[in-house]
Design a protein around this ligand. Structure first.
Ligand code: M6R
Length: 364
């Protein structure tokens, strides 16, 4: 049932504050301001490195998880798409924690990667939305997302719930490794507790985004830029747009622009820049300005301070609330999803059932 919404995708975008809160409830003790994973049969303190494997949107959760686990737990993290991981003879020494991320829990390549890890003697965890799925049954530690059924082929609420669980896993690993004291943990947990409300605040820009979608709908190509955890968000933005509007889109790490993609820039290629205020802002904006000097039509997604500083000469700005850097990806997911959605609606494509795609990819 789509409720009052025109498409399942829009309904699912709007469910995010509720389902992220619901998911976090299983992983946070609000009174103690601590993260708590379910009981497990192995010791997180013994983990020496983490390997995260997934496909599509779920693989971007892995990439964001790499920033978090490295920062908080100081453990080396490797991330790969399942279809590459399983065929490349990965090195999996003792002490490896293998993590799969999947909405359906049935994606053929991710399932095969999980089995490969288990056969190699690796302890596994799965961030999974369908609790009865094959992956949910086979992982050593099931970390469920409570997004509820996701109908739209374009993943939205499963993605932000996966990020919430990944954040909790990162913090728990950090504590187990003795790399985060109670005070630091409380600060991070407070940021997580604030996420649902901040996602709601981001949803308030829906109309503004709908209003500017027409400027993107006519484009043949679109580029997305971000740095740090916003780099995988740029990839996610580009994937969402491709999937449902059929516009060719690519995401790049901001600093990679000048190593090739800047040659594509002209007035006809909109450039969507994801740049929350913070330590990475100035660098990202300087990459954006290099593109502007070559005629790029920029849409800047930032907070009020960022827009005040760098919003000039853009074709549009999308203002996000100010956020703790940890939850920025959960919040910046919203404008990225809404932009893809409204561009697809403007183009009249089949938003919930895009051509050539299936909700669950059970063939290799
Ligand atoms: O069910 P899974 O999370 O394993 O699916 C992985 C990908 O097929 C999926 O995220 C796909 O990229 C989505 N259609 C993206 O919107």
């Amino acid at each position: 049932d789509k409720g009052n919404h025109r498409h399942f995708m829009l309904k699912e975008i709007y469910e995010q504050p509720v389902v992220v809160a619901q998911t976090l409830r299983s992983y946070i003790r609000p009174v103690e301001q601590m993260v708590a994973l379910p009981d497990m049969a192995f010791d997180l303190a013994a983990v020496e490195r983490v390997v995260i494997v997934a496909c599509g949107t779920a693989s971007y959760v892995g990439m964001i998880g790499k920033y978090w686990i490295e920062r908080f737990a100081r453990l080396p993290v490797e991330v790969d798409v399942a279809s590459e991981f399983r065929y490349r003879d990965p090195v999996l020494p003792p002490g490896t924690l293998g993590v799969v991320v999947s909405q359906s829990g049935e994606t053929a390549d991710t399932l095969a990667a999980l089995r490969h890890m288990k056969e190699s003697g690796v302890t596994t965890a799965g961030i999974i939305n369908v609790p009865t799925s094959s992956m949910a049954r086979e992982v050593d530690l099931l970390l469920s997302t409570h997004a509820g059924p996701e109908i739209g082929v374009a993943s939205t609420k499963a993605f932000t719930c996966q990020l919430a669980v990944m954040a909790a896993l990162s913090v728990n690993l950090a504590r187990a490794k003795g790399r985060l004291d109670a005070e630091q943990e409380r600060a991070v947990v407070r940021a997580l507790i604030a996420a649902p409300e901040t996602i709601s605040a981001a949803l308030a820009y829906d109309e503004a985004i709908a209003g500017m979608a027409g400027t993107i709908a006519g484009a043949r190509d679109v580029l997305y830029l971000g740095r740090g955890p916003e780099y995988p968000m740029a990839l996610e933005g580009a994937l969402k747009l491709k999937e449902i509007s059929y516009i060719h889109a690519e995401g790049y790490a901001s600093g990679e622009m000048k190593h090739g993609p800047i040659a594509l820039i002209d007035e006809a290629v909109p450039l969507i820049v994801l740049a929350p205020s913070g330590p990475l802002f100035d660098k990202t904006v300087s990459n954006m300005q290099e593109a502007q000097a070559r005629g790029a039509q920029v849409v800047l997604i930032s907070d009020a301070a960022g827009i005040a500083q760098a919003g000039e000469n853009t074709i549009a700005t999308i203002e996000m609330p100010e956020v703790h850097p940890l939850i920025a990806p959960l919040v910046y997911a919203v404008p990225v999803q809404l932009l893809a959605y409204h561009v697809a609606v403007a183009k009249g494509t089949d938003v919930d059932q895009p051509r050539n795609l299936a909700k669950s990819v059970t063939v290799e």
